[in-house]
Design a protein around this ligand. Structure first.
Ligand code: ADP
Ligand code: MG
Ligand code: MG
Length: 319
């Protein structure tokens, strides 16, 4: 327990949100939560109204002009979706909506239905016009979903806001997306961020990552899922098949400067799997990752930006 830490919490974006400061400053905390709420209101697809929903409602009909922040985030999501063999596809909306994972009424959809919804998930059919900041989904029924990137973007916004307010040491956790400023006082090793045991209790950790001023983002198949016929149907979809990604991975954690990168790379690396993911990271000196696999391995890419302390010895740690 760090001396002098003040924790503030809220439930936003369907997740528990935690802010740690080293001053008792509830006003600042309230401003942070307001900022998160205001950003969520732009990006969400879980309610009828948001800027993103107005783009979706106009699919196949007309372009929609959006705010600078929404246009910027859609542009990033579009570019990442167009990377060769990308597992990230921000037009996955119709598939996500149909599976309803994490919501009432979830079920494995009939295969022909998945096949026809997949035709509505082509990122090439999104037209972005920077001149008037408009977004047009060319086919009726297309839906964009920024769920795999928005929390990272918002975590970076919070970090920038806190820095602007003169804060030098802080942590924000947006339910799996952690962003930090500096290190806690008297803890030169940095922030300790728990790596959860997949399908374990909240307090069961495989180990602890130590970072300073870095973002730590985890995507895990155990975060939102349901079980049926002995299979775990989770919320990260393979854009090629329309089914949840099915490989050796239970979770991927990315350590990076920017949380938006962490959010993007967790999805990309999920799609690549361990071997291809490690090879890919060899060319990305600013991005580190920790892969957790079904055969109980914890695999760290070259850990330049963090230190990992293993706690659960039933899992095999390798680099
Ligand atoms: P979390 O919701 O736990 O933060 P992620 O950052 O991995 O997890 O985002 C998962 C969300 O992203 C899903 O709930 C869905 O809205 C969306 N999504 C699912 N599969 C994909 C995909 N292949 N590409 C882009 N977005 C996706
Ligand atoms: Mg996320
Ligand atoms: Mg993500």
């Amino acid at each position: 327990m760090t001396a002098g830490v003040f924790s503030y919490s809220a439930v936003l974006m369907g997740s528990p949100i935690l802010l740690k400061l080293f001053d008792d400053n509830p006003t600042l905390a309230r401003h942070v939560f307001q900022l998160i709420k205001q950003q969520e209101n732009l990006f969400t697809v879980n309610r009828a109204e948001s800027e993103v929903m107005s783009v979706n409602h106009a699919a196949g009909r007309h372009p929609v002009i959006v705010s600078e922040a929404v246009f910027a985030l859609i542009s990033v999501a579009h570019a990442v979706s167009l990377l060769p063999d990308s597992a990230f596809n921000f037009t996955i909306g119709p598939i996500v909506k149909r599976w309803k994972i994490g919501f009432q009424g979830r079920a494995v959809p009939p295969a022909p239905e998945i096949a026809s919804l997949l035709k509505l998930t082509d990122p090439h059919q999104v037209v972005l016009n920077p001149a008037d900041r408009s977004v047009f989904l060319q086919q009726p029924g297309m839906e964009i979903d920024l769920g795999a990137i928005a929390k990272g973007y918002i975590a970076d916004r919070v970090q920038a806001f806190l820095r602007q307010q003169g804060v030098q040491q802080a942590l924000i956790n947006l339910g799996g997306n952690v962003q930090t400023l500096g290190s806690p006082p008297h803890e030169p090793q940095g922030w300790g961020i728990g790596l959860k045991k997949p399908f374990g209790r909240d307090d069961e950790l495989l180990g602890v990552l130590q970072v300073q001023g870095k973002s730590v983002v985890t995507s895990g198949i155990y975060e939102r899922y349901f079980e049926l016929d002995g299979r775990c149907w989770h919320h990260i979809f393979d854009p090629q098949t329309g089914y949840p990604l099915d490989n050796e991975l239970l979770s991927v954690t990315v350590i990076s400067d920017r949380s938006i990168d962490g959010d993007i790379y967790t999805t990309l690396l999920f799609g690549m799997g361990v071997e291809q993911g490690l090879a890919y990271l060899a060319d990305q000196p600013d991005i580190d990752a920790v892969f957790v696999t079904r055969d109980r391995q914890i695999i760290c890419s070259s850990p330049q930006h963090f230190h990992f302390q293993q706690l659960d010895v039933d899992w095999q740690l390798r680099y």
